[in-house]
Design a protein around this ligand. Sequence first.
Ligand SMILES: *Cc1c(COP(=O)(O)O)cnc(C)c1O
Length: 452
Amino acid sequence: MSKTESILEAKLPQLKTALPGPNARRIIDGDARLISPSYTRSYPLVIRRGRGAMVEDVDGNLFLDFSAGIAVVATGHSHPEVVAAIREQAADFIHMSGTDFYYESMVTLAGKLEKIAPGDSPKRVFYTNSGAEAIEAAMKLARYATGRKNFIAFHGCFHGRTYGALSLTSSKTTQRDRFGPFLSGVFHAPYANPYRCSLGAAPADCARACLDYLENTILHGVTSPEEVAAIFVEPIQGEGGYLVPPAEFLHGLEKLCRRHGILLVADEVQSGMGRTGKWWASDHVGITPDIITSAKGIASGLPLGAMIARADLMDWKPGAHASTFGGNPVAIAAALATHRLLEGGLIENARRLGEHIFGKLADWPARHRLVGQVRGRGLMIALELVRNQETKEPAVAERDAVVEGAFNRGLLLLACGPNAVRLMPPLVIDQEQADCALRILDEVLTEVEKRG
Ligand SMILES: *Cc1c(COP(=O)(O)O)cnc(C)c1O
């Protein structure tokens, strides 16, 4: 069997060398000398190519990819329709800059984004190259449209690493240490996590307690509501641990925003574009944000982000905000192909496979002493690992061992939050691949549990 056939036909992992193999080792040595050490690689995977949910490394090892390049390759690696769309667009023109010129696909994609965005009001779209840039755009628009200065974000949130976005981000201190001072006027409030309510409330009262704190301690304590331009919230907290807040929390935020004329910004960079089994995590609870930010899965791996806002908010003047590359035509072509595939069955697949996986994971907290909680929606799934299910002491080293152990068995996972492991496969996986991933994870957990 030639190499091409092997990756095209493979559905399950197959390891041929010890990891990392000799070619991977050589490249990683070069990387260590030349590449910024600020990147956070968890294990030595050096990809050579990918198809669907499979990745082949430079030594011919095949991995089942439950990371999707950080929840990005929604339609799988190098989906033939996405590749064809990219090729076709690249042959016509690669760049012209939507800042100064027109091209049709910008309008076509915006029309599709308007249709899928929650709420009936007309929308307008600003294109970016990344999630962080979409957040920057939302921060600027929120100030511009409201004439207010302040922002609210949540403990544990991740909105990106450029200065505006980083001023909101609070998921890890390593992301902020030595980079301050940050943008002034950003205040952080507790995010409703009933499993570990940071306000000490009982699970059923956590959402209420967090909303009260926001209303009374932040909004009528450190800033007046009239000074707040926007509240930025991830409807499912991503890097923070795939936390799914009670619907009541998001409904409460929406009400509070309406009451005080504050804009509600839903950061759906990770949770959007079908990953949860609906277009947006917001759709699961029925909130209508004023602004939505999207990136990651939107173009199956080409760099594209979007800020989708209520049309009446986006009345800023020409030149007020723009980007040379944002909305690159090749990236938009990939996004249009991605949209077609998502609509054509992949969102439904994410819903169905998510249900299958959650069904299988339901008894893991009873079967595995390390598993404290299983949570998420669709194919945005996390297991929080604890040393003790009563005290919920975080099992950080054990979590790292699970991620590494899975890699050594051919399954690509990533960590999230202080002590969770996340499953975020491409939305093209089938049941056999889902079951294989769970079998490997089950084995690795059992092994790590045996160690002590
Ligand atoms: C990844 C992420 C971002 C930042 O996106 P980049 O493309 O890395 O700049 C912002 N918000 C959320 C929720 C994310 O998951």
